[in-house]
Structures are given as C-alpha cells and as structure tokens.
Design a protein around this ligand. Structure first.
Ligand SMILES: Cc1cc2nc3c(=O)[nH]c(=O)nc-3n(C[C@H](O)[C@H](O)[C@H](O)COP(=O)(O)OP(=O)(O)OC[C@H]3O[C@@H](n4cnc5c(N)ncnc54)[C@H](O)[C@@H]3O)c2cc1C
Length: 479
C-alpha cells in the first residue's frame, strides 16, 4: 500500500489509541522480519538480495475487542489485515503482499481454562503449541497436535490452514480436535461458534474458518479436545520391497481399525536418501514405521495384528530399535543441519486422495516432475504420513540442487515445477494440499481445484468480507 507520511501517521495514531504505543511498530527492522514467512519463494527472494513487500504497521493486539476495533480502521481506510501466528507457514500465507496491518497474535497467549472432565482446554489463539502442551501435561493430559513446528507455531496458525501433526493417524488433524472458536469477522463482529462441533442445528458453518487461512476473519480463542498421555508407546520398523504392498499394509491397518498412532511410509527414494542420512540406516526398499499407544495390552495386541498384515504381505520386520530411533529423531528431518535449505530449490507438493487412487497419483506426479525437468537433475521423493480410514496423504517433495542464480528465473522455474506437480495431482483425483495450507503459493489453483463450486466460495468471501481486507491474495481470493 502506498501511504503518504500524513496518512501513515493518521492510521498509526488510531492504532496506538486501541492497543497502546508499544504494540504498534512501523520500524524498518520489524517490517523486514515480518515481510517473510517460512515459504521457499520469499526466503529465496531475500537470499538473492531482493526486497519483499513489507507490512505498513505491525500490531500486537491484546484481545478480540481490540482486533474488532482494528477491523473498523482497516475497513475505513481499505487497508489489508494479515493475521500472523508464528510465521512458520510454508505457503506464503502470512506474507503481507499488499502491505497494510500485520496482526501478530502472540500476545494473546493465555490459557483460559482446562476442563479435566470433558478433557478440553480453552486458550487464546496466539499461544505457542508447545506451551499449550506443557500446561496440559501437568494434568496428565496431552494436546495431540504434534506438528514438527510446535515450538514456533501458534494454535490459531494450526487451525487456520488445517494443520496435521505426527500422530494425526489416530488423534486427528487440528481441525478434528476443535470444539468451538471465537472469531473476529472482517466486519468487526466478535462471534462464537456453537459449543460443540457435532450436532444437528443446521449446517456446519463453524468449519468455514478452518482452512480459510485468515481470509474469513481472525480466530482469537479455541476450545480444543485433549487426550490422556499414553501409558505405553510401541514403535516398530518394517521394510517392504514393493510400494504397492506397503500401501496395502497401511490401508488394511486403517480399514480394520487397528488404530495406529503413526504409519510413516518412505518411498524407495526417501529411504535411500533421507532415512539413510538422518537415521543412518542403509535399506533398499520402502521403510515403514508403525506405532501403537495407550493401554499396554491393547496396544501390544494391535501391534501384533498389524504385524500379521505386514508378514502376509512379505514385509521384513526390522524390530523396535529402528522404529524408536525414528520417533526420537522425527523432527530432525525438518531442522538444520538435516533440512532442505537454500541455495537448493525445493517444494513440498503434498496431497491427499483415496486408497484406490493414491498409487497412480504418486507415480503420475513423480513421472511428470522427473521427466518434465530431467535436465535439471531434479529429485522427487515422498513419504505417506497421515492415514485415514478412506485414504492417505502423500508428502511429496522436489529438490533441485543447482537452481538458477537469478531470482526471477528461480521463481519462474519454481512455479513451473509446481504447475506440473499440481496438474498431475488434480488430474489424478488429489487435493492440492493436505495440511500446509494454500497461502499465496497455491492460490492460483483454487479455481481449478473447485471448478463449478468456486463462484460459491467467492460469494461467501464477498458477504463476509465486503471490502476484501482480510489477507488478500491468499487461498484464491483477490484484493
Ligand atoms: C520446520 C517446520 C515444520 C513444520 N511442520 C509442520 C507439521 O508437522 N504440520 C503442519 O501442519 N505444519 C507444519 N509446518 C507448517 C507450519 O508450521 C504450520 O502450518 C503452522 O501451523 C503454522 O502456524 P503459525 O502460527 O506459524 O502460522 P503462520 O505461519 O503465522 O500463519 C499461517 C496462516 O494462518 C493464518 N493465521 C495465523 N494465525 C491466525 C489466526 N489466529 N486466525 C486466522 N488466521 C490465522 C495466517 O494469516 C496464514 O495464512 C512446519 C513448518 C516448519 C517451518
């Protein structure tokens, strides 16, 4: 946004009246820090010495009421409002691409109540996930959204893009754990969704805010379901020669309701590269980790039944140690020194589909990417990490170790590779994303993903956010 100094001061003084002087910044260093999240594109752009569009104002609100008043200002001056949690999103969802007000929610980090009978916690949305977890752990409970980014991501940031944690296969995605939310609408009303998520009092409109990534309003508070800290946790690793059989083993564990808390299946390429590098195992095949938890007797029986499925599919039992080692190092895959990092070009083109389509989708995407960009020496690796009763998520990644130096060329190539991957995904019945969100990166595929249903989404957006102030340019919506 272009403001002259007079208008900037006008807006700043109005923001200061709401939240206080120390909670509004127009400082250059703050602007730089808040101009990028964890997406590859802006990180690369900065790395190559280019500038990103900064926010005009960084505001740290202390309550839903303050956010409501901030919405009034944004609507009056027609300036964007971009919610920001931990800024750990990988899709550019929190980038202030049109400037405006960047709303950092982390001051809103209070735990309001823990209900041990209903096993719920109510907290403000800016709380860091690990802090929420530590608080409920003191009661012998757990918030089982174990995202690899839990130390830097917020509760609101997990709900807004429909995040998924390591144990989602048993405990569900973040969106499955939410009972109710408080939301500030783009027009400033503070609303509460019904107190429980399962009922028959009309359509499930509260879900509109899950996956909207801040384009339908700001989540300010949420009541989340908790679980008991499991008494036992058994992990085991298995090796398959054949991906088809490995996928079938996972499908049977899910459809027979054996309740694994994790099934992590690495394709041959990931087993040979990532598993070898991070866990130090040199296996040829598809490496799978399975885990069962809870009551020790029940978990042991579930594991036994799972192993019967695996051995009927000619898998090799590698025992507990490589499963436990994986659990211990499960986050190392995403952090220095083991993570994918610049100057490499990479992208996580994760997707989800039903069991009947998943293998075709995997091969179609792999072929399209590897054959389409063979001259770049591109690598395509994947693992299947979040399993449902009906299908599974594919966490596929491409890696180019020697990308173009020039920032514009690199950005163009990144988009071309992504286009190729997404075309293969959509053509094979997959969704463009399972848990990282749409953000800016996937915004342009939303019309294609939803086809004739897309105009309905545009109408919803228009009615909730008539001036288009909320996080413009994201999840397919313009400014
Ligand atoms: C090392 C690493 C590991 C990761 N592992 C996982 C993982 O295991 N599982 C997973 O799901 N993701 C993972 N991610 C991606 C990312 O961390 C998650 O999407 C996370 O939930 C984002 O939370 P955040 O608070 O950082 O949100 P941000 O990045 O700040 O925001 C994400 C989006 O949500 C919107 N938003 C934020 N807060 C609110 C709010 N209160 N109301 C409305 N909209 C809001 C933002 O505008 C933006 O569109 C990982 C990222 C990194 C860097």
């Amino acid at each position: 946004m272009k403001h002259d100094q007079f208008l900037t001061e006008m807006i700043r003084s109005e923001l200061v009246e709401i939240v206080g002087q120390q909670y509004v910044s127009i400082g250059e260093s703050d602007k730089l820090v808040y101009s990028t999240d964890w997406a590859w594109m802006p990180q690369m752009w900065l790395d190559r010495g280019q500038r990103l569009h900064p926010p005009d104002f960084i505001v740290h609100p202390g309550s839903a009421e303050e956010i409501s008043e901030i919405m009034d200002i944004a609507n009056k001056y027609r300036i964007p409002v971009v919610p920001w949690g931990g800024g750990s999103g990988s899709q550019g969802g929190a980038l202030p691409i049109f400037g405006g007000i960047l709303l950092d929610t982390k001051r809103m980090n209070r735990i309001i109540s823990i209900d041990e009978k209903s096993m719920t916690v109510t907290a403000e949305a800016g709380i860091i996930i690990s802090q929420l977890e530590w608080a409920v752990n003191e009661k012998g409970l757990t918030f089982p959204h174990y995202a690899a980014s839990s130390n830097c991501a917020t509760l609101g940031g997990a709900l807004a893009p429909r995040g998924t944690g390591t144990v989602s296969t048993k405990y569900g995605k973040a969106e499955d754990m939410v009972l109710s939310m408080q939301v500030v609408l783009p027009t400033g009303e503070i609303i509460r969704t019904p107190p429980v998520p399962q009922h028959a009092a009309g359509p499930d409109w509260f879900r509109l805010f899950l996956g909207a990534e801040g384009t339908f309003g700001v989540i300010t508070e949420a009541t989340m379901r908790l679980d008991y800290i499991p008494e036992a946790r058994y992990l085991r690793a298995i090796l398959f020669d054949d991906l088809t059989k490995a996928l079938e083993a996972g499908r049977l564990m899910m459809t027979r309701r054996l309740e694994p808390f994790v099934i992590r299946l690495y394709d041959h390429a990931s087993t040979a590269s990532r598993v070898k590098k991070i866990l130090g195992y040199e296996y040829q095949g598809a490496y799978m980790v399975i885990g069962f938890d809870g009551d020790p007797e029940l978990a042991a029986l579930q594991e036994k039944k799972a192993m019967q499925i695996c051995s009927a599919l000619e898998a090799q039992d590698l025992g507990r140690e490589p499963g436990e080692k994986w659990w211990e190092h499960r986050y190392d895959f995403y952090y220095p020194p083991q993570n994918l990092k610049l100057p490499w070009m990479y992208g996580t083109t994760e997707t989800v589909t039903t069991y009947d389509k998943i293998e075709n989708l995997y091969w179609a995407e792999k072929r399209a990417v590897e054959e389409g960009f063979a001259d770049l020496g591109i690598k395509f690796i994947g693992h299947f990490s979040h399993w449902f009763h009906w299908g599974v998520m594919l966490y596929s990644r491409f890696i180019v170790e020697d990308p173009p130096e020039d920032a514009q060329d690199a950005l163009r190539l990144h988009n071309q590779i992504w286009n190729t991957a997404m075309q293969a995904v959509i053509a094979n019945g997959g969704m463009i994303n399972e848990h990282h969100g749409v953000g800016l990166k996937l915004s342009r595929y939303m019309r294609k993903q939803y086809g004739e249903a897309w105009p309905m989404m545009l109408k919803l957006k228009k009615s909730l956010d008539p001036n288009g102030i909320m996080n413009p340019g994201k999840t397919g919506f313009g400014f």
